[in-house]
Structure formats: C-alpha cells, structure tokens
Design a protein around this ligand. Sequence first.
Ligand code: NAD
Ligand code: IPM
Ligand code: MN
Length: 365
Amino acid sequence: SKSYSITLLPGDGIGPEVISVAKNVLNFAGSLEGIEFSFQEMPMGGSALDLIGVPLPEETLSAAKQSDAVLLGAIGGYKWDRNEKHLKPETGLLQLRAGLEVFANLRPTTVFPQLVDASTLKKEVAEGVDLMVVRELTGGIYFGKPRGFDTDDTGEEIGYNTEVYASHEVDRIARVAFETARKRYGKLCSVDKANVLEASMLWRKRVTAIATEYPDVELSHMYVDNAAMQLIRDPKQFDTIVTNNIFGDILSDEASMITGSIGMLPSASLGAKGPGLFEPIHGSAPDIAGQDKANPLATILSAAMLLKYGLGEENAAKRIENAVLDALNKGFRTGDIFSAGNKLVGCKEMGEEILKSVESQVIAT
Ligand code: NAD
Ligand code: IPM
Ligand code: MN
C-alpha cells in the first residue's frame, strides 16, 4: 500500500481543535483507499514561541520540507500580539511559506446548495457561486524591501513597507492561474491597482504577456476596489481570480462570507517542487477557542485539497468532499453556519459525523 508522511502544524487557538478532527478524517479516508499516513506533529506560531522561543523552529521547517505534505491549523493570538516583529506567530507563518517556496495559494469559494441560507447575501446572488482565488503568496508587500520603522525629517515616527514584484514572480503565478482557469470554466480575471501602483502596472503587463500562451482562456482585468464591490454585487460573474498577496488575503476573506462562513474555506499553497502547504483561510479565532465551537470544515476540506493537489489521491479527496456534503445534507451545522431547522453541533461532533459519512461513500473508479 502507498504511504505518505504528513507534517501537522496545529498552531494556536482553534488550530489544534480543527487539526485533531481533520487528521482523523484524512487518516480514515486514506485507509479506505489503501493509503497509509505517518503523522508528525510539530510546534508552530505562538505555541512554538512559548515552547522554544521562535515562531518557526528550525526542526519544524525541516520536518515540513522532508514530508510529503503539510497541514496547518492556524496561528496567532492576543498573547503574542505585541511581540516584536520577528517574534510574532504571523512571522513564523510567512517564514514557513517562504521556506517551502509555496508561491501559489488556491482559495476555492464554493456555495454549497445546503448552505445558501447561511450566506449573508440574497439567495439568488449567492446560489451557484463557484470561484477560485489564486493568491500570490511569497512576494508583494508582505516581503518587499525596504521595510521597517524610522523617523522622518521632522522626527516623527514612521512605519513603511514596499509592494514589489519581479517579472518572474508574476509570470509563474499567472501560469498557475491560467492553468487553473483552463481546468475550470476558462475565464480568468486579474485583479490589481494598475491605475495607481507601479507594481500593479508591471503585474498587468506580465499577465497580459503570459495570456498569449493561453489563447483558450478569456482574460479580463479589474481594479481591486471594483472587484471588492463586484464580489458582493454579482459573484457569479467570476470564475478564476488571480491577484497579489495582500489583495488576495482581503478578497478571499470577503468571498468566504458568500459561502456562509469563513469557517468553510480551505486552501492549498503550492510551489514548483516540494511539499504543498494546506490550511484553512481563517485564523486562530481566539474569541471561540477552547469551546468546541469552531467549524472544522475549512480544515477538513484543506485535507481534501492535500490529497488532491498535494498527493494526487483524487479518490480519497472525493470521499472527504462527498462526506462534507453528506453531513450538511443531514443538517449538521456548527454555530457559524447554523440556521433554523438544523442540528447545532460542536467541532468534535461535526468531525464524528464526517467520519461516518467518509465510510459510507462509494467512490466509482
Ligand atoms: P480569524 O479568522 O481568526 O477570526 C475572525 C472571525 O471569524 C472570528 O469571529 C472567529 O470566531 C470567526 N472564525 C474564524 N474561523 C472560524 C471557524 N473555523 N469556525 C467558526 N468561526 C470562525 O481572524 P482574526 O480574528 O482577525 O485573527 C485572529 C488571529 O488569527 C490573529 O492573531 C491573526 O493574526 C491570526 N490569523 C492567522 C491565520 C492563519 O494562521 N493562517 C489567518 C488569519 C488570521
Ligand atoms: C491568512 C492570514 C495570514 C496572511 C497572516 C496570519 C499572516 O491572514 O493566511 O490569510 O495574511 O496571509
Ligand atoms: Mn487572511
């Protein structure tokens, strides 16, 4: 039988809660498809700061690099919010993404028919939405130099960052986005701020150049402010969206609400080689941590993306995706997606229901 090594990074807040559930689902779905996993749990984020003194210990990064795929919960929390930059949990996450060179972050936004009522948008606007945000993940203002704190001529304190993209960084994310659109509905919308920012002007120029390699994909461009509006006005106009690191961060949280909750959105971060990183798009949710209230579906669906995009194990992935739909069909809902007439469950119980459904799936091969 096939076997894979998985690095688990539970992290902070609800991270350990959702990872514990997703690990069981991943393990079980794999076993039903003749796949064996060895899991290695490593410290990351605030919990690594408390344990070892840095947000991404060397042992954690090297374990991640040596494994076949990495599944992360979430990091961060009030306790570390005022740490110096190099001692912030978030810095550890950026170091992990950079260390694994996972420049392409796929964030699918799918409105499940069962959850149309959970959306904050009108039924006719939300139903049928199926879009993919392709977010550049290892460049832009998150990593650009110069950056820092200083004082200006008048002695006033300043903080500054730089949005910078090199051609090759835009070219490679554009290719991932065109390939993604080609496998979906053939439409790609590149989102930028090319009316103001030089980095966006280069972005638009390079995306337009790469488009000549994909004549079958219909390319459009949109300014990010308009895109934020259009996502709420008529999200069904979008198929695949490609955008920079910070716009992708913001637009994907916005898009998540169309589906009912940020607790629904998984992600896959991929590079040219090496293991992929799979994580929900949400954070550590300190406001509900430790209460068994977190929606584990974003992490469970991230495990499905791990199987599909990380390992090429499509049947096991399908098992998990179907099981999620099955549990929703049966009316199981965590608080964030609850609506009248359904069964309110906690994180663990949702996990148990998915496990049952994983077993009953019949996968045609
Ligand atoms: P958040 O995503 O953690 O929470 C925003 C809101 O959504 C909260 O009300 C929370 O309860 C709710 N929510 C999030 N995930 C949920 C889930 N699975 N089920 C139900 N409700 C859920 O964002 P925030 O509050 O801005 O950030 C909290 C901490 O998380 C910060 O330290 C931040 O830096 C960090 N963060 C980490 C990641 C990550 O690890 N990838 C992502 C975003 C934020
Ligand atoms: C995310 C988060 C991270 C980001 C933070 C925690 C560094 O918001 O994964 O979306 O901005 O990328
Ligand atoms: Mn985010």
